[in-house]
Write a protein of this length. Structure first.
Ligand code: ZN
Length: 328
């Protein structure tokens, strides 16, 4: 054997070891904590937006194991509630988060920045150069919508992860899976958690926003489903709402005869009800908790009778698709 061959034979195992070590490194699963730490370093997490979320979280963690323990600036700290707004996801670590907020277990809440931004225009009454009072309306809407989302995810953290074993992957993928019932119940509990933790001020904003979700959704669904009716050709919003309110006396009759019912597409996942149905349920909870703010429960009941679920009903889409609940 010549020297050269001997050298090659000696080097080959070394190369194999180095390559194997690199492969092992690449394939080692990266924990979500590590991914977040990396994204913090790379500025893929928006610290200012995360801080805002942290500030909103305070009333929701009051009296829980996370009281005084909110982290938005450093890698996830065990025992703390860790909240982050993802501004960019170059390594596709959080693909499931597209246009959403989620509690992902490990005491971590993540929000897609685009999703939060759409909330500022979801129920919009005024363009920027319009009266200040309407700007305040816009702010009230987006404040409550963001509160809803943050509070909902914290609800999952405090109610559904007491043993620290909450994992997203156990969520059902298809509506007919047996654990769908449990998860659907959790979603309702998380929404109720939001209502249970609202201050008097926020309760008013909540009532205001939830009622507007109902009217706006009704308005858009009605126009879509009655394209050719004379009603839809008289486009005043107030005329439509007046019609809706006047139809209260007929709400007890079957939906198909009342003429005022709109059909809303059921959710694809079988867990989250459409926004408007969640709004009705939360308004009901608000009624129970703060009757003075929420008003007449009969009104809610009458209004909700004008909405029905249908597989081919009106679909407002996701907020990030650019679909606002309010007409542009
Ligand atoms: Zn949820």
């Amino acid at each position: 054997m010549n020297r050269r061959l001997a050298a090659v034979i000696a080097i080959v195992p070394l190369v194999v070891i180095v390559v194997a070590a690199r492969l092992a490194h690449v394939q080692r699963p990266v924990s979500v904590e590590q991914s977040i730490a990396r994204y913090l370093k790379q500025s893929n997490i928006d610290l200012r937006a995360s801080d805002n979320l942290g500030a909103m979280a305070v009333p929701f963690v009051d009296g829980s194991r996370f009281a005084g323990k909110i982290n938005t600036r450093s890698a996830p700290i065990p025992g703390y509630l860790n909240l982050y707004v993802i501004a960019a996801d170059p390594d596709h670590e959080f693909g499931f988060l597209r246009c959403n907020c989620a509690y992902i277990g490990h005491s971590i809440v993540l929000c897609d920045k685009r999703f939060l931004e759409t909330f500022t225009t979801a129920l919009r009454y005024a363009q920027p150069d319009q009266p200040q009072v309407l700007e305040q309306v816009n702010r009230a809407f987006s404040t409550f919508l963001t509160n809803w989302l943050v509070g909902h995810e914290i609800g999952h953290a405090t109610l559904h992860d007491l043993d620290g074993r909450f994992v997203m992957s156990s969520r059902p993928v298809w509506p007919w899976q047996s654990n769908t019932v449990v998860w659907k119940q959790r979603e309702n509990e998380a929404d109720n958690f939001v209502i249970d933790h609202l201050s008097q001020d926020s309760a008013q904003r909540a009532n205001f926003t939830l009622t507007n979700i109902m009217f706006q959704t009704y308005h858009r669904a009605y126009v879509e489903q009655h394209q050719d009716s004379p009603f839809s050709r008289s486009p005043s919003l107030w005329q439509r709402i007046e019609h809706l309110l006047n139809s209260q006396s007929t709400v007890q009759s079957p939906p198909t005869n009342s003429g005022s019912v709109v059909y809303i597409r059921d959710s694809w996942d079988g867990i989250h009800d459409p926004w408007v149905f969640r709004a009705f349920r939360m308004s009901g909870a608000l009624n129970d908790r703060v009757p003075a703010v929420a008003g007449d429960p009969g009104f809610l009941q009458g209004l909700s009778a004008n909405f029905a679920l249908s597989t081919n009903g009106y679909d407002p889409g996701t907020f990030c698709d650019g679909v606002a609940l309010r007409e542009p």
